[in-house]
Design a binder for this molecule. Structure first.
Ligand code: SAM
Length: 212
């Protein structure tokens, strides 16, 4: 594995996957699907490659773009459960993921993530939170009992357009999201079971390593 010119990890020999991911990125941009940007992807894939998880929970599948990057950087036998509310997005993700070699290792679960997290059992080595921003504290509370003792939780968009750490006014329509993201950052940074890094790349990612 090596970094390409955009910084995220792809295996240059893996031409089929590279072509599929490029197609997904183009599709996402053309159809206004909010998929992770290249700076965020670099932080995500580095954490995944460091952890090499065997069981992953992703909250917010969209078309399965980050899902396939997680799969490609995980242990070879990784199992990924990914949660998506929109049937349209889940259909697209099924199509794209079905064309990859990871199809048999990824389970897309449709419906509200807040409800579907509670239906999961066993433990997860890595959780990627990337769905409703106002629900991050709730997702973390629900995910915590499912997280392996040495697991890692990664959350995208935690700095949300610069509003979360900024001192300027927050537009009314974003106030709840910003309040909840501040709450999320407080939860993970003040919890002494976790060592949390806040990356300013992209829209901000919190990477929280559990170490006891
Ligand atoms: N992780 C994807 C990627 O980077 O390729 C992007 C995910 S996109 C930012 C957020 C997704 O979360 C959307 O597809 C949206 O439909 C989904 N979502 C929003 N609210 C949700 C909920 N309550 N339960 C499950 N999924 C939800």
């Amino acid at each position: 594995m090596k970094s390409d010119d955009k910084g995220y990890k792809v295996d240059k020999e893996d031409k089929e996957l590279t072509a599929l991911l490029a197609e997904m990125k183009e599709y996402g941009e053309a159809n206004h699907v909010p998929i992770i940007n290249s700076q965020g992807l670099r932080v995500l894939t580095e954490a995944v490659a460091q952890k090499k998880p065997r069981r992953v929970l992703e909250i917010g599948t969209a078309i399965g773009y980050s899902t396939l990057y997680i799969a490609a950087n995980s242990a070879g036998d990784v199992e990924i459960v990914t949660l998506e509310l929109s049937d349209e997005r889940a259909d697209e993700a099924e199509d794209f993921i079905g064309r990859s070699r990871f199809a048999g290792q990824i389970d897309i679960i449709r419906g509200d993530a807040g409800e579907n997290i509670l239906r999961q059992s066993g433990s997860f080595d890595l959780v990627f939170i990337d769905a409703a921003k106002g629900q991050y504290p709730d997702y973390f509370r629900k995910v915590y009992p499912l997280l392996a003792e040495d697991g890692v939780v990664i959350a995208d968009n935690v700095l949300f357009r610069g509003y979360v750490r900024g001192s300027g006014p927050v537009p009314r329509r974003f106030r709840t999201i910003v309040k909840r993201l501040r709450e999320y950052i407080g939860m993970v940074t003040e919890n002494d079971e976790f060592r949390t890094e806040i990356h300013e790349d992209g829209d901000g990612l919190a990477v929280s390593w559990r170490y006891r």
